[in-house]
Each structure stands twice: as structure tokens, then as C-alpha cells.
Design a protein around this ligand. Structure first.
Ligand code: GLC
Length: 607
């Protein structure tokens, strides 16, 4: 390979800045869709495949014909893609404590990603969020590293199970219906001071290796293809320029053999912006262990030119370039990208398919946490009776898919838009579940008078956060945004009510808890709101247990299970249960029984 062919492999370019021609001309090894970056508004799966294949033909037209690898943030389903199944965000999946379920979600997500011609997903985020003021806390499965370790089962879901013949640490991706994964963001992204995004994580060895590192060992063990460096710093050292952790620890001690990718323009922030020194950033990050740079909107031409010069002037040894390219090609070879470089149109019907939505519904059910059920002395309010004369559903979060899905959905920041994508709102699910004679009244912002005089048997109040992603979600006060508190006062002060909180993390609820008859944490459930109704009305029972401590006041933060001073409103692992007509676990066993019966009935082939 020429130097130009080598350095071309070490750049990942945002799709808007590339054409098939430039991919060919600069030997570009990878492209991405950043959050919300789609071929067009509401692009069909076919349009995605067309786009990816068009870029790929540019790569295949180069002298060596090395296929490019296209990456995307499929972090709760294939969330950039219109009509894809949107699963609960990780904050809810951690509550399920069901690695089997998360593995299935990985497999379903991989299939929908492949259905759009894409072979690489920047997931899972295995951050251990230690402070809910962090805007990305909903991308973290839990404050408890044991739960995060458990949820690395997403990797064999996305990639396939690493067979014994593939040594530990080597990337493994099983062919056409799986995708390369990306454990992120290495390391300590969830432990920054006050949860300030991209800030400094100050930890001793015990905290680093027993809280933030364990899930990386599981990820490497499961054959994760790539690891993404964190924007944050570790004890003052930028992770994108941290040789001790990237090279000595991840590649050395852990024997990780896939490639390390930077975060989006992550190397640009190594030196203090705005007078950042890009040449120094490239030299430092590559020498310290970054293999592929996600240049994002930064000019890839500038990056390639500087990198080439740094090699020619021996600031970066050729051995380092060869090491990086070896890892990148190893991933591409191991996943069959050379044999199958083009997207497969036959999978397009998998996007948002029924079986995936059914799986998402199960995940929603298991992600809900019942935190209060009946005022003291009262009988439990939940499960709600399907048959009632008249019920009130209140709050804009009840009928808004955008709010239900949260950030990283269609748009990077998500969007407050009820028909943002295809799915079932909580209101629609309630309407489909209650008895046909039950009158369901929906009011976005009911007054106290409206609630009082409406003759409602009970009310479901759905409130919560507006969508956000990354730094935009950093929040120091963690109060429920208005009109949430006003809805609680107006409705729960006049009607038996269950409050459902749609949020990326625990919020300040202590001032209102006594006014509520029942309280459910639903986190960011995604497109399948039916999962909420099925538990609210008792088809299934509540089973979820908190995977995060529910604090009383923000001045207690950070406060995590195991801390000496621990005085939560609801402790880690708390969650009330109710009996359902069906049990998820048993239902699964029944399904297995049915499968066995079907097998027995099948005529034995004589082959
Ligand atoms: C973002 C995020 C990272 C994501 C990447 C590509 O800034 O930090 O999680 O995978 O850029 O969109």
C-alpha cells in the first residue's frame, strides 16, 4: 500500500462532505452519518442502501479496491432512520437486568442497520453514569458497573457470538445480518465532575478499574470490533491523547485487536480551542493510539495532508501507521466486507418490522419502574381498571412520539413532534387497551377546574423532559420542566391519578410525590407506547427495579449505591410489583414449549 492508501484508511468522513469520486480519489476508508444525517427527510431504506452503495463503488474503484466501512449511531434501534423500530434508551434497558433481551435488541438493531446497507453501529455506550446531571446519562445502562457489564450482551447481539476459534480480543462480526459494534466512550465518560459533559473524570485506580473499566473487559472478550475514545479527560489527561490508556492498557494489557476510533472531531479538542493546534492534535492522538479519526465536518483533506507530512518528517513512525491500518483492515476482513461490500436490498422490509416492534414492547414493559401505588391507607391504584365511565389522559408527553423517544431519534437532538416517526403513543395505546365503553378524554394542559368538574374516575398524567443529546442535556437543577408540576397539581389534586414520567434520568419529584396516587418512571420508552399500557392495565405486571439511585435533592449529587452517605428518595434496586394476567418470563417459556411442539410435528426430512 502507498502512504496515501494507508492514511486514507485512517479517516472517517461525514457523508455530507464526500462523494463517490472523492472517496476514490483520497482512498477514504470510512464514512459516517452523524446524528440526523440522512440521504433525505423520511428517506426510505432503499434510499439509504442506494447512498451507501454509491459511496462504496467509489472505494471499490481504487487501485486496491479496499471497501469503505460506513458507520452510524444506532443506539436505541436504527434511530436515524424514519419508521425504524425505536427501542427504549439504555437508562430503561438497565432496569430490565435482562441480558438475553438486550442481546435480542442488538440482533434486531443489526438487522435494521444492515437493511439500510450499513455494516457498523457506534454502540453500545457502556458509560457508567455516576451523576444524573450529565446530559448523556440516558445512554448509560446504570450507575452500577455490574449491570453495565451484563448489558455488553448487546455486542454479540449486534455482531454475533464470538466463536472459540476466534481468539479473545480479536474483532468478530458474523456476516451479512450483523454489524460491527463500538464500545464507547473509552474511558470514564460517565464519571466527569458534576456530570459536565466532556469534562474531567477524577478517579483513583479503584474507581477507574472497578467502576468505569469492567465493561470494557467484557466487550473485548466478546470480540467488539471497535472502541471509541471519550471526549472527556482522565485525571486531567485528554482521553484522545492518552497513550497509557489507549495503547498501553486497551491494546497492551487488554489485548484489544480491533481499531480505536476518535469521537466526532474528538482530536480537535485535544488542544484548548479556539487556538487549537491541529497538527499537534493529529501527531499526539495517532501516536497515542487512535487508529481512525472521525473528522466530522473538519476538512479530511487537511487531516490527510497533515498526517502525510507528519509521517514523511518522522513525527509519526510508519510502524504506527501500519499498526493502525492493520487493525482497520483486520476488522474489515473479519466481517466479510471484502466479500460483501454492498448493501443487500432484500432486507429492507426488516426496518420497523412487526417482530422487532413486539420485542421493543417487551423491553418497554420491563423497563418501567413503579415507585408509588396508592396513598397510605388507600388500596393500590394500579393496575387500572379497563372498564370505567370516563378517564382523563393529560400532558403533552402522552401523545408525542418525539418526546417518548428522546434524543438521538431522527434528529441528533431528537424533536418534540408527535409524528416524528412511526409508532404508538401512550395515549393511543391507552385508547386501544381500555374497554370500548370507556370514554377517554385527552387534554394536553388541563386546568384544575377541568379536572375537578370532568367526572373522571381516574387520570393518567404523562409529563417529563424535552428531548436532548450530549451537552444540551447537562442540567444542574434536574427539576421537572413545566407544565409538569402544574399538571400534577391541577389533576392529582382533584382526581385519582397515576403520573408517568418520561425522562432520561431521575428528576426532583419529592415535592409532588404526596399529591400523586401512583408514580411510574418510564424513562425514554421509544416507539412502542403499547408496552406502557399493557402494564398500566395489568396485562403484564410491573417488574422493573431502579438501576439508578433516585435522589431527593440535587445537592446530594453525586450519590450512588454503596456510598457512605446514602439518603435517596428511592434507593437503587427499588421497584414495586403488580401481578399481570401474563408473565413475560412464563410467556417466553410457553413460546419455547410451542416451538418444541411444532418441531415434533414437523415431518422428518430424509436428508
Ligand atoms: C457524537 C458522540 C458519539 C457519536 C459520534 C458520532 O458526538 O459523542 O457518541 O457516536 O459523535 O455521531
Amino acid at each position: 500500500m502507498t502512504l496515501a492508501e494507508k492514511v486514507g484508511q485512517m479517516v472517517q468522513v461525514e457523508r455530507v462532505n464526500a462523494t463517490a469520486q472523492t472517496v476514490k480519489e483520497y482512498f477514504i476508508g470510512s464514512l459516517l452519518s452523524g446524528g440526523g444525517s440522512a440521504p433525505s427527510d423520511k428517506a426510505s431504506p432503499e434510499a439509504w442502501v442506494d447512498m451507501v452503495n454509491e459511496f462504496q463503488k467509489g472505494a471499490l474503484a481504487t487501485r486496491l479496491g479496499i471497501p469503505m466501512i460506513y458507520g452510524i449511531d444506532a443506539v436505541h434501534g436504527h434511530n436515524n432512520v424514519y419508521k425504524a423500530t425505536i427501542f427504549p434508551h439504555n437508562v430503561g434497558l438497565g432496569v430490565t437486568r435482562d441480558p438475553e433481551l438486550v442481546k435480542k435488541i442488538g440482533a434486531a438493531t443489526a438487522l435494521e442497520v444492515r437493511a439500510t446497507g450499513i455494516p457498523y453501529a457506534f454502540a453500545p455506550c457502556i458509560a457508567v453514569c455516576r451523576d444524573p446531571r450529565w446530559g448523556r446519562c440516558y445512554e448509560s445502562y446504570s450507575e452500577d458497573p455490574k449491570i453495565v457489564k451484563m448489558m455488553t450482551e448487546l455486542i454479540p447481539g449486534l455482531q454475533g457470538d464470538r466463536p472459540d476459534k476466534v481468539p479473545k480480543g480479536f474483532p468478530y462480526v458474523n456476516g451479512k445480518r450483523h454489524v460491527a459494534g463500538c464500545a464507547k466512550h473509552f474511558v470514564g465518560d460517565g464519571g466527569t465532575v458534576k456530570g459536565i459533559n466532556e469534562n474531567n473524570t477524577i478517579v483513583d485506580d479503584n474507581q477507574l478499574y472497578n467502576i468505569h473499566m469492567p465493561a470494557y473487559w467484557d466487550s473485548v472478550d466478546k470480540g467488539v470490533a471497535t472502541v471509541m475514545a471519550s471526549y472527556s479527560s482522565l485525571n486531567g489527561v485528554k482521553m484522545h491523547a492518552n497513550k497509557a490508556m489507549l495503547t498501553d492498557y486497551l491494546k497492551g494489557k487488554m489485548q484489544f485487536k480491533g481499531f480505536i476510533i476518535s469521537d466526532y472531531q474528538g482530536i480537535d479538542k485535544i488542544t484548548p480551542v479556539p487556538d487549537s493546534n491541529y497538527t499537534y492534535s493529529i501527531e499526539q492522538s495517532i501516536n497515542d493510539g487512535i487508529d481512525m479519526v472521525m473528522v466530522g465536518y473538519t476538512s479530511y483533506k487537511e487531516y490527510l495532508q497533515i498526517l502525510t507530512k507528519l509521517v514523511k518528517t518522522n513525527y509519526i513512525p510508519m510502524s504506527r501507521i501500519d499498526g493502525a491500518v492493520t487493525r482497520i483492515l483486520r476488522v474489515k476482513f473479519s466481517m466479510g466486507l471484502f466479500e460483501h461490500p454492498l448493501g443487500d436490498y432484500s432486507l429492507v422490509k426488516k426496518v420497523g418490522c412487526k417482530e422487532h416492534r413486539k420485542l421493543a414492547k417487551e423491553a418497554v414493559r420491563k423497563s418501567l419502574v413503579l415507585l408509588k401505588n396508592g396513598k397510605s391507607g388507600d388500596k393500590p391504584l394500579l393496575p387500572l381498571p379497563k372498564k370505567a365511565s370516563k378517564i382523563l389522559v393529560a400532558g403533552e408527553h402522552a401523545d408525542n412520539l418525539g418526546l417518548q423517544c428522546g434524543g438521538w431519534t431522527i434528529e441528533w437532538q431528537g424533536l418534540n413532534k408527535t409524528d416524528l416517526t412511526e409508532g404508538t403513543t401512550i395515549l393511543k395505546a391507552i385508547q386501544e387497551t381500555v374497554h370500548k365503553k370507556t370514554q377517554v378524554v385527552y387534554e394536553k394542559k388541563p386546568t384544575a377546574e377541568f379536572a375537578k368538574s370532568g367526572g373522571f374516575e381516574y387520570a393518567v398524567v404523562v409529563i417529563g423532559e424535552q428531548p436532548y443529546a450530549e451537552t444540551k442535556g447537562d442540567n444542574e437543577n434536574l427539576t421537572i420542566p413545566e407544565p409538569g408540576p402544574e399538571m400534577i397539581k391541577n389533576v392529582c389534586g382533584n382526581v385519582k391519578c397515576v403520573v408517568i414520567l418520561i425522562s432520561g434520568r431521575p428528576l426532583v419529584v419529592e415535592p409532588y410525590i404526596d399529591t400523586m396516587d401512583a408514580f411510574v418512571a418510564a424513562w425514554l420508552p421509544g416507539s412502542e407506547g403499547q408496552g406502557v399500557a399493557e402494564v398500566l392495565f395489568g396485562k403484564y405486571g410491573f417488574t422493573g427495579k431502579l438501576a439508578r439511585t433516585w435522589f431527593k435533592r440535587v445537592d446530594q449529587l453525586p450519590m450512588n449505591v454503596g456510598d457512605k452517605s446514602y439518603d435517596p428518595l428511592f434507593p437503587f434496586e427499588f421497584g414495586l410489583t403488580t401481578k399481570g394476567e401474563k408473565e413475560d418470563g412464563k410467556e417466553k417459556e410457553n413460546e419455547k414449549e410451542k416451538e418444541k411442539e411444532k418441531e415434533k410435528e414437523k415431518p422428518k426430512s430424509d436428508l
